[in-house]
Write a protein that binds this ligand. Structure first.
Ligand code: ADP
Ligand code: ZN
Length: 446
């Protein structure tokens, strides 16, 4: 059940002892960087002031801007001659940042990813296909090394070329696939066009009549890298006939392997032998009351080249209460609500794209793709939601009543009335990487 029982089975108090030990080492190590030496001096603290985990709050936050200002190598805590790899954030929200790794960092990262994959039941003998972009995007090499570390046959299919992706799935007998959620839907559509039914239980078939080219051996999907709703996950599971597990990570924290669902699918265990977790109010920066939503702040405690103290991730989530039946005591994060930058403010109401998605995915008539466009006329903000239909229909009355019902349910959820437009399947723009769900075309009004 556990790949690393010595870490996965730690009790809460054992986790805290280990964290304190690793935090002390990390802070001492941070003093090798000019950045943290200055930070500590400016705030009048010394490493010796951090005696308990609660003292962590005395240390100033590290932000994405700090990483940009240190571009490319100023945050290295080791001589550059010991750095063996760099990754860069995909720059969804601005100038790229650079993250450095020693060989030990890469080893520990692979261990973390292998632990996650083992946790959801993958084993040597499974065939793991990775449809992430390789290169700077950490979902490529991150899963590659982790899956190899676990001992799976690992296929670096990389992003795009969906037909070839599907050919690999059927020819190699791929059992587990890593894909971003928006791509999983696309895969299914193309499989359908190719006459392949991924839901077919092929195991028996293969035993009896040999390999079956019109079905797959897929049983597990790893989905992550972008926000998605529980409804979207269930759809992916049903479409592809798999179990789909949520995977959370970011370049600044190595990449994938930060937090992952176990087989209970009830939140993402965050590995507390690697990270110390805080959830703060993004405005006051004070800790939120237990169990409330706020910004995830992470401190790395198992990293050499580029340790980060109290890094503001901008991702919004909360810590789930209670014990997990899997026996791991590592905290569980709720499904990400989005980044603080994803929040739309319309007529003074705060709205996250994921709220819109949750409503849309409840309608079986609707496909997986949607686009929210914000415009303004005079002082009036307007939201238009375009969503693809699942199948062609020219039944005007049915479409009209469907539009009405979607609008009504969206209004209940987001408190404003959007304009809903049903569009034909495949007509919304598709991205190679992470899906773009919002276009803000609002003009600044003088
Ligand atoms: P970029 O910041 O340029 O998008 P990254 O690849 O480092 O580059 O993306 C990390 C971000 O992706 C996270 O901070 C988070 O916002 C998002 N993300 C990653 N995994 C998930 C997930 N499982 N659910 C929701 N959002 C996720
Ligand atoms: Zn669990």
């Amino acid at each position: 059940m556990y790949l690393h029982p010595e870490f996965e089975k730690l009790t809460r108090s054992e986790i805290e002892v280990l964290q304190m030990e690793r935090l002390k080492k990390t802070i001492d190590h941070c003093m090798n960087t000019e950045f943290y030496r200055r930070r500590f001096a400016e705030s009048g603290i010394t490493p010796g002031d951090i005696r308990t985990l609660a003292d962590l709050g005395k240390i100033p936050f590290t932000t994405k801007q700090d990483l940009r200002d240190s571009y490319p190598f100023k945050m290295s805590a080791v001589p550059l001659s010991r750095v063996v790899r760099l990754h860069s954030s995909s720059g969804t929200t601005g100038t790229p940042t650079v993250i450095l790794h020693t060989q030990r960092d890469l080893d520990e990262w692979a261990n973390a990813v292998a632990r996650c994959l083992y946790m959801v039941g993958l084993r040597p003998g499974d065939i793991f296909q990775n449809s992430s972009g390789y290169g700077m995007f950490t979902g490529g090499l991150g899963f590659q090394y982790g899956a190899e570390r676990l001992g799976m046959l690992t296929v670096p299919a990389a992003a795009g070329n969906t037909k070839r992706q599907i050919k690999f799935i059927t020819d190699f007998g791929t059992t587990a696939l890593h894909a971003i959620p928006s791509y999983a839907g696309r895969l299914y559509e193309v499989m359908e066009e190719m006459g392949i039914d991924p839901r077919r239980d092929t195991h028996l078939h293969t035993l009896i009549i040999g390999a079956e080219p019109h079905s797959t051996h897929l049983h597990t999907l790893i989905i992550g890298a972008e926000p998605h709703s529980e409804e979207q996950r269930r759809r992916i599971e049903q479409m592809l006939g798999v179990k789909a597990y949520n995977s959370f990570g970011m370049s600044e924290m190595c990449g994938p392997g930060v937090a992952f669902e176990c087989r209970e699918q009830n939140g993402l265990h965050i590995w507390e032998d690697y990270y110390i977790v805080e959830i703060v109010d993004p405005v006051t920066l004070e800790p939120v009351p237990e169990g409330e939503v706020g910004e995830l702040v992470l401190t790395t405690i198992n990293r050499e080249a580029m340790p980060l103290l109290r890094y503001r991730t901008r991702d919004l989530t909360r810590i789930l209460p209670g014990e997990c039946p899997c026996g791991r005591h590592h905290l569980r994060l709720d499904r990400m609500k989005g980044r603080s930058d994803d929040m739309m403010i319309l007529k003074g109401v705060n709205i996250f794209p994921i709220q819109v998605e949750t409503v849309l995915m409840q309608f079986p008539e609707l496909g997986n793709d949607y686009l929210i466009t914000l415009t303004n006329e005079e002082a009036n903000d307007l939201m238009t939601v375009e969503v693809e239909l699942n199948a062609f229909s020219d039944d005007y009355h049915r479409l009209q009543s469907l539009t009405k019902e979607i609008t009504r349910q969206l209004k209940d959820e987001i408190l404003i009335t959007p304009v809903v437009r049903l569009v034909s399947k495949g007509s919304l723009p598709k991205q190679e990487g992470k899906a773009v769900r919002v276009r803000d075309l609002r003009k600044t009004l003088i």
